[in-house]
Design a protein. Structure first.
Lengths: 468, 468
């Protein structure tokens, strides 16, 4: 009798698999923490793939195996087994740009262009209210909303980043914390030097974290001068850290820079050494051929925030052009004060629809590409493509389930099409971060929503009274 | 003792209202069918208004009164009383353009331009499958989705319109049925003459209906020749009926017409007498100054379908320009095969965001204007402004409630902003059509969703196999 099986990269490689001559098969069943069977799995890698009746095995927070349910059943046993019979299981969405604590300013001022919105409303409110407590409350609210709507990883750029990092660590949500850097003072730091110093200290604090990645967040070309920009470039290089920066958000920003310095911001940042494969350029609604070439050659990434860009009338990033040029494009909601939600399914739908009109081509940013923007491309932008963004053996078990039983998702001809064009955030039923369940049947598992609601009401009362 | 109160247009007009000297006040309490108290009421008329702690009184399907809750309590008693303590009550949304039965083709073909999508996918599928049974099932699914997502009135243009009308009458949903007219045959009619004849017969059948309004639906300039166009114009004028037509949906349509006839479709329809204040022009993504003048002078309405227009890369209707020119602009989802949902809150958000980018002005289509597109402007387009589209005494009690208690809607500074930019369809908790409850705490009250789900699965199986 011959029965040889070898455990290779998380799967049994059957050299000879006839069960009739492998009577000892059950005795080599591998134990795991969690097995999830799903009607459909959309692993994102391989591309354009929908797997029917497959299962995922989770062990120590990572994906140990993915295969047809019947094979998984014969090869693994787990302490916890979940069957999602009407659901799609896919990688958790990656919200690659936002200001989580700004949920507390959701809807405070609308229908205004960027600079008026910032100067007359957001910055005064921030000046008055932002503190560690504000950031902790707002970031927790943001995480509650993001986990409910399918996001498992987010990037943040805001004051008191240690409060956001702590809230994320407490909840167990994955994030990139881009510590803010500006020339001018805030409640958090007095000058660029102090911002950078505090950022480096925070990076040191979380250097061993598996959830929290600390990056540099020089706010924008128009708020950070050359010396701190260079210092960030040097430090990021030394520390192999990521950089996230608002870039070419509006035509005014670009024109103003050109008239003052003779250079477009992309050219200036490139000259300062700030654009590398570790740099995430957010917004980029203004993009000429030279900008595109600079970004492409540097290996920098673009974080597209279509709803915020539309709402503030900033412009539209030509993402299909960027993708065609080989630039990695990820997706973000921006803060809730300019969106006004953190719903990544809505955002990826907007990204897909908008790209078609902009390119005058209905095939631009097709359904699967839209899903990539919100998953694997986000992982790549954050420098975490090896561990995030797709359901592949060895990656973190960061996953979401979407319940396809709702009437408004019937009938189902093409799962990828539904995910891009028909699903709403509230169809998200489950999520896991590193195999830890964060959302179950639409309920958050480890956030006390009642207590959070009261905390937010307190902030609302204070801010409302002051805003008149 | 003097106590005089006069019942005027559905309210007590107190000539002297001191309760201390009106001891008989309770004895003149007016009876009603339903009183709904809500945390906020957004009546749409007066414009830009949010009423706190008000109530609406419903009698015989219509709004009998609207006032502060305490006043209503002292003036009315009703068989049924509802208190919506965390909710906004507002007019039901009006989905002014769609093809309800096409829910059965939801997601069948995506990422394709209009003519390829129609010629290679939709028309072949329709040719094979469309029947009275198909339309009945698809329209019922559409109504289930629309009622769950805040729509209480819809317009439809599709084959076998008698099946859609019957399904709507059975469910008790308000609609305009634009009976289709084409030069070419379908499963429903052989030629333009038969389409028109059947349309007139259906109008006659529903002439006394308070829910169903039958209109003429000449499909598009490129599918209906001059003679039937003229006949429709004459009949609509005689019957005081509405006309709905796809117009200037794509640049190709306009260019093709110009090259063949020397006229733009707007000019041709105007010359044929088809553009009047009873005409609803759908899409209109191509609009030069002459088109705008023709539509404005005719009093015709524009039905904007931004998500379908984006998805098919048809173009973008410049709706703020149209509104500025005095053209009434309403909103529609189009069919679920080109959207791919019937979510009017999503649609009005897209309309608002898109207009800002298109006008390069963040104040274009502000939050309240976006709500008008989906309510009072829809009523006006359908010729029903006197009875629909706002919560005013004497109008039909077509209403929806939106639950603002969800964490992702916290905090609440501006209710109108939240309705336009933060609310998702699933926050809709209740709806009423003519005072009849259709949705209660998110559950449909008179559609058997289990039975409907099975029916849709049967259709999915048949169509999948054939499209396989």
């Amino acid at each position: 009798m011959l029965c040889i099986e070898v455990w290779v990269t998380g799967r049994f490689l059957s050299i000879l698999r006839n069960p009739a001559i492998c009577p000892l098969r059950n005795s080599v069943v591998e134990s795991a923490d969690l097995i999830i069977h799903a009607r459909w799995i959309v692993p994102i890698r391989p591309a354009n793939t929908v797997l029917n009746d497959h299962a995922i095995v989770v062990k120590a927070g990572k994906i140990a195996a993915l295969g047809p349910s019947e094979n998984i059943n014969s090869q693994y046993s787990a302490a916890k087994n979940i069957t999602l019979s009407d659901h799609v299981l896919m990688p958790g969405l990656i919200n690659a740009h936002g200001h989580a604590a700004m949920t507390l300013l959701r809807g405070l001022a609308d229908d205004l262009p960027l600079m008026e919105w910032l100067n007359d409303h957001i910055w005064p409110a921030e000046g008055r209210w932002v503190s560690g407590e504000f950031v902790s409350a707002g970031a927790t609210l943001a995480m509650a909303e993001m986990l409910r709507t399918g996001t498992t990883t987010f990037s943040d750029m805001y004051f008191f980043p240690e409060a956001t990092a702590k809230a994320a660590a407490d909840i167990g949500m994955r994030c990139q914390i881009a510590t803010p850097i500006l020339d001018f003072p805030s409640g958090w730091a007095a000058n660029a030097e102090e911002y950078i110093h505090k950022g480096v200290a925070l990076a040191d604090e979380y250097r061993h974290s598996e959830l929290i990645q600390v990056a540099f967040g020089p706010h924008a070309p128009y708020t950070v001068s050359d010396a701190p920009m260079k210092q960030v470039a040097t430090l990021a290089n030394q520390m192999d850290a990521q950089i996230q920066i608002h870039l070419h958000e509006t035509a005014f920003e670009v024109q103003d820079a050109q008239s003052k310095s003779g250079m477009r911001p992309s050219e200036r940042l490139n000259a300062l050494g700030l654009l590398t494969a570790n740099t995430q350029c957010v917004h980029v609604t203004q993009l000429n051929d030279r900008d595109k070439q600079i970004i492409q050659e540097s290996g920098a990434h673009i974080i597209h925030c279509p709803e915020s860009n539309l709402k503030l009338a900033s412009g539209i990033c030509p993402i299909q052009d960027c993708l065609n040029a080989g630039i990695n494009v990820a997706l973000g909601t921006d803060g809730a004060a300019s969106n006004n939600n953190l719903d990544m399914f809505g955002e990826l739908q907007t990204a897909a629809l908008l790209a078609k009109a902009q390119q005058n081509d209905a095939s631009a940013v097709d359904a699967f590409t839209a899903l990539e923007l919100a998953t694997i491309n986000g992982a790549r932008a954050l420098g975490q493509e090896q561990t995030l963004g797709s359901l592949e053996t060895g990656k973190w078990a960061d996953m979401i389930a979407i319940d396809f039983s709702a009437l408004e998702l019937q009938p189902v001809y093409h799962v990828l099409s539904h995910l891009a064009y028909a699903v709403s955030a509230h169809h998200v039923s489950h999520s896991w971060v590193a195999g830890q369940n964060k959302l179950s049947d639409g309920k958050l598992t480890n956030i006390d929503t009642g207590q959070l609601g009261k905390l937010i009401q307190d902030w609302q009362r204070k801010i409302s009274v002051a805003s008149g």
